[in-house]
Structures are given as C-alpha cells and as structure tokens.
Ligand binder design. Structure first.
Ligand SMILES: [Fe+2]
Ligand SMILES: [Fe+2]
Length: 407
C-alpha cells in the first residue's frame, strides 16, 4: 500500500535542506557529494543535473520509499547502497518527494539534505559571471546551467543592454537594480527555437527597445508575421551603449534573420555575441526552420565568408550556448578569441564546402517537437502560462550539431 508523503518529524540542528544557490556552489568545485535523484525513470532519463563537477548520481525512484516505507530499508539492496559516510543531496521534480526521502535517510543516520524546489529550481537557476569589468564598461555572461543557455549583459555609462535575454527576467532586473543602471537595449540574435525570449516582455515592462531582424519575425513553418512590437535590425546598423558601439552583422543560416552583435570599445577591443551562429565548439544547425538542406549552404557562407571576413582575430566571441563544461575558461566563462576559435573549433576545420554541408546533413539531431511552438511564442503568436512555458523548455538545448565533440 502506498504511504502518504509525510516526512518523519524533523530533528533539530541538522541541516535538512539547501537552496539551489548553495547547491550550485557545492557542485562548482570538486566534491564527494552523492546526488540521489528520486524522480521517476522517464524524467531521470530525459534530463538530469550536470555541472562542471557533476556529483556521482544515484537514481532510486521515491516510489520505493513511499510504497515500502522506512521499515523495509534493510530489505532493499538499492537503499543499502546509499552510504552512511557521504553527504547526500536528494532531488526530485519540485522538492516534495525528495524532502520526504531525505528525512527518511536522516532517520537512518545518514547525512541527507533536500534541494529546495528540486529540478524546477535547478532549471531556472542563472549564474552571472564577469567577462570584463573596466571602468568604462562591463560585460557579464549569464549562464542558465541546466539548459546550456547563455545570455549577456553589457553596461556602460549608466545604461545596459541584454543580448538574448531568457524568460526569467527577474534575474536581470534584480542585477541591473543592484548595479543602479537603466535598461536601454534588448537584443535578440535571432528568434529562438529552444527557449522563450524574455525580450518582448521586458520591453513592455521597462520601455527599453526590443530588436529583432525582420526575417525572423515570420514563423518559418506557419508563415505568419510577428504580433510583437520590435525595432528592425539590419546588417551594418550601429547602436550605441555608452563607451561601446554595437555593430549588427547579418549571419543567416541557423535562422534566416540571425545576426551577430559586434561590440567595440573606444580602444578598438571587440566582443562578438554570436548567438547560435558559432559556438566554442561546433556551430548552429540549419534545420530548425524546417529547411536544413536549403539553409546548410547559407551556414557555410556565413561562417567562412561573412564571419571570417568581418570579425577580427582579436575579437572575443561570446556564444548563445555550450554543450560541455570544459568549453569554459578558468573563470567559468564561455569565451574564446577568434584566432583560437579557427584553430580549435572542430566544426570549422573543413576545407571544402561540399564536405562541410555533408557533415552538417549527416549530423543533425532530431528536432524536439516543441521547438515549433517555442518559435510561435517568441513572435507573439501564442502565450503559454508558466507551467506550459516551463514544459516547453524542459531539458538541454539541441541547437548545435550532434557529435561535434568527437563522440
Ligand atoms: Fe537558435
Ligand atoms: Fe539556441
């Protein structure tokens, strides 16, 4: 018979739960944590916690605890394998079932804590890392770790720009409030398929301008125009943010309206926000608009001509995604200078267009069905509530080609 999920009575002075911020700090360095994921098999297989130092992870469905109860602990080999001498962090979808399991384990004398709000909290956790902090300007990389999604905040002379703002906009507004700066530019490199943009919503609440290339303001499957307010981006256009000049470089292929933003300071140092054009490893796939074969040659032209000829070798690239934690530098920032990128990015080592295109078309991962719907949301054609939005964004992004990491 199934027991109700009521945790045994709490004991005093024992740590029972940790916030996602505390959790992230623990798994950002080498650790001996045992992560006990108690979600069902399907959810665990679909998506799990990974970090720069992913803890050893054990998966035991909470149903084992709920159905058999603490009295049966000694009879269950899986539970016997949970060690007494390690810090155990229990996680589930929303933090309720794992709270129950952690309490049982503490009763059994183990050191077990619950991750508050579970995978919901992990999925929504954003880390701000400084890329450069000069007196004249600062750039921060915002990492939504659970999804491998990066956005960027630029600040200069009291004004801020956000490039590829993610849906949880409070993270940005809180940060900008702390810095005492005013949001002035919201820039999307393209209409995203893997996540919901925070741009149009933030534009409405703050009055900052939201910018998008007009080619991406048409849904590539429905062929319907955007019903959001946006300012038109075009190739060669220049925007100003204090000490920084932001030049728009049209880089189609991943989408037809994708642009890169090249921010240059008064001394000539530049930073290229490459969206899903070029990553530290690999590059953006051409098929998320449903036309992989037609758009693959455009990706080639963009990377090997437009990008190569327009972005100087001393430029630091700051991409929209990563797929592996070792793409980051010592400070955890995903960035690389263009000269090193041409040498190290294995997706850029092709000498012939034909080989490049064949490689693309033979390495396309399946497109998640919800990507078509996310593109609708991003141009205002549909409006999901929080639960539906969360569901649409589940799991890691698949914006890059598969097997681009040698595997
Ligand atoms: Fe994308
Ligand atoms: Fe993406």
């Amino acid at each position: 018979m199934t027991q109700s999920l009521v945790a045994p009575e709490a004991t005093t002075d024992v740590l029972e739960e940790i916030t996602v911020k505390e959790f992230h700090e623990k798994i950002s360095r080498e650790n001996d944590i045992l992560l006990l994921d108690v979600r069902n098999d399907e959810d665990f297989e679909a998506w799990r916690i990974e970090s720069r130092y992913t803890p050893e992870t054990m998966h035991i469905s909470y149903l084992i605890f709920a159905e058999d109860g603490p009295a049966a602990l000694d009879d269950l080999p899986a539970l016997m394998a949970i060690p007494d001498d390690r810090e155990i962090i229990a996680v589930c979808a929303k933090g309720g079932a794992s709270d129950f399991v952690a309490a049982i384990l503490r009763d059994e004398g183990k050191t077990a804590v619950n991750l508050i709000d579970g995978m919901i909290a992990w999925g929504n956790y954003h880390v701000f890392r400084p890329v450069v902090e000069k007196e004249a300007y600062q750039i921060y990389q915002v990492d939504r770790i659970a999804r491998g999604c990066l956005s960027h905040v630029l600040i200069s002379q009291g004004k801020a720009a956000i490039i590829d703002p993610l849906r949880h906009v409070d993270n940005y507004t809180r940060f900008l409030d702390e810095k005492g700066v005013e949001l002035s530019l919201l820039l999307d490199t393209h209409a995203h398929a893997d996540h919901i943009s925070g741009g149009p919503g933030l534009a409405e609440t703050t009055g900052a301008g939201y910018y998008l290339h007009p080619y991406d303001a048409i849904h590539p499957f429905d062929m319907l125009p955007a019903v959001i307010d946006y300012e038109i981006l075009q190739d060669g256009q220049e925007l100003t943010l204090g000490d920084l000049t932001i030049r728009v470089l049209h880089t189609p292929g991943h989408t037809l309206g994708q642009v890169n933003f090249i921010a240059t300071d008064s001394e000539g140092q530049s930073y290229a926000f490459t969206g899903d054009n070029i990553f530290i490893q690999s590059f953006g796939r051409p098929d998320l608009g449903g036309q992989g074969e037609a758009w693959a040659p455009i990706v080639y032209d963009t990377i090997f001509h437009r990008f190569k000829e327009n972005v100087p070798e001393g430029t630091w690239i700051l991409p929209g995604h990563y797929a592996a934690f070792d793409e980051a530098n010592e400070q955890g920032v995903f960035t690389k200078q263009v000269a090193d990128l041409w040498r190290d990015n294995i997706g850029l080592q092709f000498k012939h267009e034909d080989h490049f295109i064949t490689y693309i078309l033979t390495h396309l991962p399946d497109m998640p069905e919800q990507y078509i719907e996310i593109k609708r949301v991003n141009i205002g054609l549909t409006h999901p509530d929080e639960d539906a939005a969360s569901e649409l964004e589940l799991g890691k992004n698949v914006c890059a080609l598969a097997d681009a990491y040698g595997g």
